[in-house]
Design a protein around this ligand. Sequence first.
Ligand SMILES: Nc1ncnc2c1ncn2[C@@H]1O[C@H](COP(=O)(O)OP(=O)(O)OP(=O)(O)O)[C@@H](O)[C@H]1O
Ligand SMILES: [Mg+2]
Length: 393
Amino acid sequence: MSTARAAVSLRNISKIYPGSKVKAVDNLSLDIPEGQIFTLLGPSGCGKSTTLRMVAGLEAPDEGAIYFDDVPIVLTDKNINLPPEKRNIGMVFQSYAIWPHMTVAQNVGYPLRMRKVPSARIRERVAEVLALVGMAGMEKRPAPLLSGGQQQRIALARAIVTEPRILLLDEPFSNLDAKLREQMRLEVKLLQKRLNITVLFVTHDQIEALSLSDQIALMQSGQIQQQGSSRGLYDAPVNEFVRDFVGKTLLFRGKVQSVGPSGAAIAVDGASACIVSARSHDPGMSAGHEVFLGVRPEDIDVLAASGDSPPPGMVSGRVGAALFMGERIEYHIEVDRQKQISIYGDRHTPFKDGAPVWLKLRPDGHSAWSLNPLEGERYGDAQQVEEARVPGR
Ligand SMILES: Nc1ncnc2c1ncn2[C@@H]1O[C@H](COP(=O)(O)OP(=O)(O)OP(=O)(O)O)[C@@H](O)[C@H]1O
Ligand SMILES: [Mg+2]
């Protein structure tokens, strides 16, 4: 966790929409550190936007408190709820929401005009922020004559023109095409560093979250499942939901050989010489237990088999299908005594359909999970289980 001071704190926030029985946000507490990008990540309907909108003042929580720099903005038990315009926030949403009847300068300067800032100062400040978002000199351009990416930059410029305490971004790139999305991702990161502004970012896209965030809170059903750095969530997921939502995990059946302070030694079924070390996710796990070994696909190398039984640390299999994807090849591999897994290989050493291969696992850094009946049905590629379980992702 970060030691930076909290710019925004939520304490025990709950929200039920009228007519609904389930809590959109359920007793949620979090601290958004000053000068960082804090991301709410999670599947559709998990309560990300509702949380962001309560920080903005566009929704009122039923219970709980929100503080900006320790100053209460919302205290439900005292009926305090500051309106959005008194919160000093900047917002960008999925829809560009820039005004089509205005020029770029009028759009970006609008929040300053509302605050009765003198027009000479508005002109100065508009030029400044346009330069920051790479749109210098575009003041006179009518808003409809901008591309999607440019419109989103203008929305961003308008959101930061007042130097807000916190910038709220709700899926700001999802209307852009893939290339532009990547570019905007980098630009927001650079802009955030330059301005050292605090950002609350909402996305359901794990790549966007991993690459942009200082902290991620992964949500499900209105609650936080895990909070931490991108690396923390990826390398040490606390439960199956986090493991399968953030990145891909291949599941192998195995047996615990021993459990020590640095983790469990697991022998992969069908490959007795393949024993690797894994973090245990069950305090009761001990020698002899049947478990799932969770392996990130990038922790496996696909090698040509050159004999009958694989050397230590390797599992043998056969290429079921090889799909050429351009920069890499996706292999579907039938693994001895395991379910089929899908994994990427490099395009320089292709294997044909049916080729015998050895899968070389890293010796450590894996995870061990108790057998779970749902996964027992379809293990192999945990991502498939995840997709079956979380609709609308
Ligand atoms: N205005 C509303 N009235 C009633 N229910 C709502 C309203 N807005 C959201 N909900 C419900 O509250 C829950 C949380 O919604 P929210 O919009 O916060 O999800 P989200 O995580 O932002 O999802 P998405 O990724 O699809 O944007 C969902 O079950 C949703 O159907
Ligand atoms: Mg949303």
